[in-house]
Design a protein around this ligand. Sequence first.
Ligand code: DHK
Length: 147
Amino acid sequence: MTKPIYVINGPNLSRLGTREPHLYGSTTLAEIEAMCRAAAGDAPLEFRQSNREYELIDWIHEAIDGGCAIVINPAAFTFTSMAILDALKMFPGPVIELHITNIHRREPIYHRSFVSLVATAIIAGLGAEGYPVAVQAARTLVKQLEH
Ligand code: DHK
């Protein structure tokens, strides 16, 4: 596995640690990145966050051209962005949709994900621990595809 796993984070996730800790916990995005890199081991990993939809799309395109898997927490764009959906449709590898919270146990506005229409798998409700779980799962899925 030489191509990197892309971990892509959407809006407001830069505020993790102090953002509604009763929902999102107290783990910061920097700590989550470290958890992802530990889970990736020797596998290369790109870890990104933006509050700008176009940047998330540009990173998905980058992954299309050179990545092996995508772990994506699109945050609020999960429920609004057909542009992110259309970009993910072009990605040939595994896509793991990730949410810190169990979006299906929250208000109805959080129940309809565009990303779920193309995701290989969905992890929701494990808190920050969902990230290393998703990275490990991505590694496993990529290895399965390579054999
Ligand atoms: C993160 C967000 O920022 C929200 O907009 C989503 C998601 C939930 C999460 O659980 O990681 O609704």
